[in-house]
Design a protein around this ligand. Structure first.
Ligand code: GCW
Length: 685
């Protein structure tokens, strides 16, 4: 305790009181579990761990019920547990989907029962009950059926075999070290516990940039992969691998990677068979092709459908899927070229291929058209693909949002994106209904995100970044949960149920994205960061590079003209009134103004301020509010475990200082460029 290692499974002791008595009454003595199945047994262990820690009582499986007869039971509906079979009738069972569960307090049977169709559902249900107890909810009248909204709830690791983590901000990999798989399966088990209790059911264990040795994960290293899959399986998680599109050429086995070449197709089919021989529930492949110098079908004059379908054919007999990323753009641009627009790229590449993909291919689309900036519009591909499976890709790793040194609770951002109405099918088509498959009736769909974990003792470097990891899983499970509810859950599971403590931490989390945005990138412009490592302010850091990442600031104005009349025409990739709104200088929302328009510094925003004054004001205010985060946290000293307190204090102190550097770099740059004074006459260096 105090390290943060247990995260949302730390099960803080609950205060004595009426609820405590209620919990003890039901949970003491026996728990009825009759199935030996691994996942059900894992659920039992979690249950015992949870109530022992929260309530200070032991509960044995199979022991006699308490003298007064109260008990808890869990299992699958047809798993042979008489209590489960007695409590759930056919109608209740019908309402539970493959991964869902029902939880019911039966006064007749004096039993709280968790029933599910599958062992994984039992695990989710048991954790649900633990969460209810951990957040001090009544359990005497439970009658709920809970099913995940999204079928695929996936984590993508960007871990490399050498132990480094691309865009990793919490130490090194806990999967690999020095080109070997880890022997520490205990940590992998704890990781799987964390992920499954957050609702995750799929994990790709290696970086989408597949280097030489990682190319061999589907051959030489398969036995190691299988060991990890064995651990994940217990927790209802399917393992995926990122693969190298040029894999067939790698060991000189085939002279090409052309997806239409018979030898190449055979090679992948053989690989698939070999994989499924040792990992029978293998999830499938994640593919980054023709993207940032990775190999792909373009080399052979083929398109992405040719590439993805070839892999899909190899996996189909085994029930595997291909997750094909849409992060495809020209990364060798010249900044003088104002026609090429990276924001357009995913849509331009993939919209014409709609309907051409096999039905076990899923396109994975980043939430925005650029790259996980603190503010971007929603990718216009959402809504545009009517006949293609798709998942949205978020980034839990805070590459552009403070790198887990600054607090930035991202759930509110993800919520906003999920709620965005694409206007597909003529309206009321929010992103959440596209990615859950309901709008177009897709075979596969869901939500994926780049992980933020590493081998730091607290997993995420910044303790508060655990809220993003937990929050992603919860939101993937149920996009209707609010950012506030998710924060409250995470806080009580991590710190306990003291209301004053919860109030402070919740405020910090909920304000943090806005604060980070205000002292970093103004009005949707993005990219004002140091090249390569992407940490810290550098207004022209990416201005003259080849990556397509420009703000075009000069002495007169700033912003990217993406309008139809005079710009790149990107705004027309949206549907209906969205296209008009973004295209219009007057109607474009302030926070995205510079994403869509190039304007003079004196342009007046909808807020009534000029662009330049907005830049000054938000940067002064943001840096001040960063001090406020530290001050708020300092008030918790003595009220939470010292170890947890201290590690966050250290980060918030760093953030407060670094926010001043952001403020000053940005304000000075624009003051010098524009020559316009701050109306508040504050200090600009
Ligand atoms: O944002 C960029 C990152 C790369 C990453 C790439 C991607 C894995 O800076 O590090 O590569 O996105 O998503 O493929």
């Amino acid at each position: 305790t105090g390290s943060g290692y247990d995260a949302w499974l730390s099960y803080p002791k609950l205060p004595q009181g009426n609820l405590y008595k209620q919990y003890v009454k039901w949970c003491r003595a026996a728990v009825s579990v009759t199935e030996e199945q691994d996942t059900v047994q894992a659920a039992l262990r979690e249950w015992q761990r949870g109530i022992t820690s929260m309530l200070d009582i032991e509960s044995e499986s199979g022991a006699e019920p308490a003298a007064d007869g109260f008990t808890v039971a869990f299992g699958t509906f047809h798993g042979g547990n008489p209590l489960i079979e007695a409590i759930f009738d056919e109608a209740a069972i019908q309402a539970v989907g493959p991964e869902g569960f029902a939880v019911r307090t039966s006064l007749t049977h004096k039993c709280i029962a968790v029933g599910a169709s599958s062992p994984a559902g039992v695990l989710y249900g048991v954790f649900h009950l633990l969460r209810l107890i951990g957040s001090q909810k009544e359990i005497e009248r439970l009658d709920e059926t809970v099913n995940p909204v999204n079928a695929l709830r996936m984590i993508n690791h960007w871990d490399n075999f050498d132990g480094s983590v691309e865009r990793g901000y919490s130490g090194r990999s806990f999967l690999y070290e020095n080109n070997r798989f880890t022997d520490d399966l205990d940590r992998i088990t704890d990781y799987a516990r964390l992920m499954s209790t957050a609702g995750i059911n799929a994990i790709a264990i290696n970086n989408v940039n597949v280097h030489a040795l990682e190319t061999l994960f589907i051959s030489t290293y398969l036995p190691d992969v299988a060991r990890i899959a064995d651990v994940f399986r217990i927790y209802g998680i399917r393992l995926f691998l990122s693969v190298n599109f040029a894999g067939p050429m790698h060991e000189g086995e085939v002279g090409t990677a052309d997806p239409l070449d018979a030898g190449v197709r055979e090679w992948w089919k053989k690989k698939a068979a070999e994989i499924y021989a040792v990992v029978p529930d293998f999830g499938g492949f994640v593919v980054k092709a023709d993207s940032e110098n990775r190999p792909g079908p373009f080399t052979y004059g083929r398109d992405h459908a040719d590439g993805a379908n070839m892999l899909a054919e190899a996996l189909e007999p085994f029930g595997g899927i291909v997750i094909w990323r849409c992060f495809v753009y020209n990364c060798k641009q010249d900044w003088r070229d104002r026609k090429t627009d990276r924001a357009r790229a995913a849509y331009d590449h993939f919209k014409p291929l709609d309907g051409k993909f096999h039905d076990n291919v899923i396109l994975q689309i980043k939430n925005g058209p650029m790259d996980f900036q603190v503010r971007e519009p929603v990718s216009p591909l959402f809504g545009a693909l009517e006949q293609t499976n798709q998942v949205i890709e978020f980034q839990i790793a805070q590459e552009y949002t403070g790198q887990q040194r600054h607090v930035c609770y991202l759930v509110p951002q993800w919520k906003e994106i999920m709620e965005f109405d694409t206007l597909a099918k003529g309206g009321a088509a929010p992103v959440k209904h596209i990615v859950d498959g309901s709008l177009w009736g897709n075979r596969f769909s869901g939500v994926a995100a780049v992980s933020n974990v590493g081998n730091d003792l607290n997993w995420t470097g910044h303790l508060l970044a655990q809220a993003n990891l937990y929050g992603f899983g919860r939101l993937a499970w149920n996009p209707e949960l609010s950012a506030e509810e998710i924060a409250a859950e995470w806080i009580s599971l991590t710190f306990g149920t003291d209301a004053a403590v919860a109030g402070v931490i919740s405020r910090i989390l909920l304000d943090s994205w806005e604060i980070y945005e205000s002292y970093t990138a103004p009005l949707g412009v993005g990219w004002m960061i140091n090249p390569e490592h992407h940490y810290g302010p550098n207004v022209d850091g990416y201005e003259y590079s080849q990556w397509g990442t420009y703000h075009y600031a000069d002495h007169q104005g700033i912003g990217v003209d993406r309008t139809v009349a005079t710009g790149t025409g990107y705004s027309a990739q949206y549907m209906g009134s969205n296209a008009q709104r973004y295209d219009s200088l007057e109607e474009c929302p302030d926070e995205l103004l510079l994403f869509f328009h190039h304007v003079p510094y004196t342009h007046v925003l909808n807020s009534g301020k000029t662009v330049i004054q907005h830049i000054y004001d938000t940067h002064f205010a943001g840096a001040e509010r960063a001090d406020g985060l530290l001050a708020a946290w300092s008030g918790l000293k003595g009220s939470i475990a010292e170890g947890l307190y201290a590690q966050v204090e250290e980060r918030l102190r760093g953030q407060a200082a670094h926010s001043k550097e952001w403020r000053d770099q940005i304000n000075t740059y624009f003051y010098r460029k524009s020559g316009i004074e701050d109306s508040g006459a504050r200090k600009i260096y």
